[in-house]
Write a new protein. Structure first.
Length: 108
């Protein structure tokens, strides 16, 4: 995957997540007017969603840094290229499929 395509995918994902984050922040503020019984559950759900969006945005920022450093698209374990199909499906991928499985198993 070339740098222009990768940057476009990452920026598109970043824009979508930023819009979602802004929407969740509005929802969280609006939810403060809810009754006390449901307020705690709503805030917990909203905060969890916002935290997940923040993690995803951090992954995109890290991928953009890798792009600047020239390491984008290379597995962080073995250094082999990550297939373009994988990067198209997951532009923030840090590992090839083999090492992703190892990471998910907790062995790495």
């Amino acid at each position: 995957m070339d740098e222009v395509e990768a940057r476009g995918l990452l920026q598109h994902e970043r824009d979508l997540l930023s819009a979602l984050r802004a929407g969740e922040a509005v929802t969280a503020v609006e939810g403060q007017a809810a009754d006390a019984g449901s307020e705690t559950a709503d805030r917990t759900r909203d905060l969890g969603t916002i935290e997940e969006l923040e993690r995803d945005l951090a992954e995109i920022d890290a991928a953009l840094r890798r792009l600047e450093e020239g390491t984008y698209g290379l597995c962080e374990v073995c250094g082999r290229p990550i297939p373009d199909e994988r990067l198209a499906a997951n532009p923030t991928a840090r590992y090839d499929i083999e090492h992703q499985r190892v990471v998910e198993s907790g062995a790495l």
